[in-house]
Design a protein around this ligand. Sequence first.
Ligand SMILES: CC(C)[C@H](C(=O)O)[C@@H](O)C(=O)O
Ligand code: SF4
Length: 473
Amino acid sequence: MAQTLYDKIWSAHLVDEEKDGSCLLYIDRHIIHEVTSAQAFEGLKQAGLSVWRKGSILATPDHQVPTTGRGLGLEGIEDTIAREQVITLDQNCRTNDIRHFSLNDHRQGIVHVVGPEQGATLPGMTVVCGDSHTSTHGAFAALAQGIGTTEVEHVLATQTLSQKKAKTMLVQVDGALKPGVTAKDLALYIIGQIGLAGGTGYAIEYSGSAIRSLSMEGRMTLCNMSIEAGARTGMVAFDQITEAYLKDKPFSPKGALWSKAVSHWKTLKSDSDSQFDKAYFIDACDIEPHVTWGTKPEQVLPISGLIPDPENETDSVKRADYTRALTYMGLKKNRSLMHTPIDRVFIGSCTNGRIEDIRAVAHFVKNRRIAPSIKEALVVPGSGLVKALAESEGLDVILKEAGFQWRFAGCSMCNAMNPDHLLPEERCASTSNRNFEGRQGPKGRTHLMSPVMAAAAAITGKITDSRLLEERE
Ligand SMILES: CC(C)[C@H](C(=O)O)[C@@H](O)C(=O)O
Ligand code: SF4
């Protein structure tokens, strides 16, 4: 029978299946960070159990680390709880002999940037992490899922995950993205189409010519945001772009093993006649730069669009939701988002903190200055390696000359679990993935957008269509 990519990876990892559909899935790669692992290790200890397969685990602190003052080491983490969590991760890794890129390791960074850049995420793998954006790793034709702390403990102890099989959804995007339109715009557009809950219970596979022409960074951005459409995971079939990215990565197989792996990886695509439970077909040329106006990623607009009028919504829950979002965001219905003044700019996160994102921003802001009205504009590389590569290309200099702050790797202002945050009612142009109330700081207002759109907001001090500034040479 024809199988989807999801079916293939699922059946290759199935350990057990009960009559009610409950399954036990073998896990190949387990990535951990400081926030969701401490209790899991504690639970393991209480139960007198040990870590089952240490070599499958990779750890790094990301959420609570400061993006400045790294010279101070752990002492530089001012918040005591945050410091405690990072120290606990350190200790748990040492006690259990787990590979750990600690605070001052040059490879430290956001779990979803570090895993792929190390080649720790490989095609065909089942990958888990106690973090919702684990779907990012699906860009490598892997089955990558975010799990809760109890499941982290279960995986540590048994190397398996208990769950039922998801339904499959195909999102096929054909054609070419227009200049100035990026994978982030595609992700926001898709979420706008599917809705926040549209993907609930599904594993999404992205396919089509527009997806095939995306870089691995772009595919990761897209898979990263699958969770914001409610999906359990997002994935892209293996191809030459995946192969080229993984070649010679530290954890990638080498020599004869590499060739063997590549010939297996080539089978990691959906069979041509496979059936999906649901399918969306999208034309890439229809997509414009997108910006969120509300407090959910699905509350998004093409830059030429108008903020919706809640009164036009027939669904009363949606009507109330829209009204609340407009009040929270300090916006008016039926207006354009263009020219909305911005206070802070955040470029980074596991969605858009990769080298390609930083290159795009540096290219855009070269020989320009951020608007004087901008209080702070941060560029936070997703990992120490991204930071070093960007510096070797001189991108940090360009960014600093333009008035940006160049920081150390971490989640930073994406969810404000560290010193980087918005003040109440401050408005932020952000390349992250969630615009929930208070996400970037209490009462903070987040507009999600692509790195070039955030760069354009920094330069003009307002939400702007980056394409209007692009033609300058
Ligand atoms: C802290 C962590 C559990 C959380 C998540 O799982 O998503 C965070 O990464 C986020 O993006 O809000
Ligand atoms: S960068 Fe943001 S979304 Fe990604 S793992 Fe960190 S907090 Fe979560």
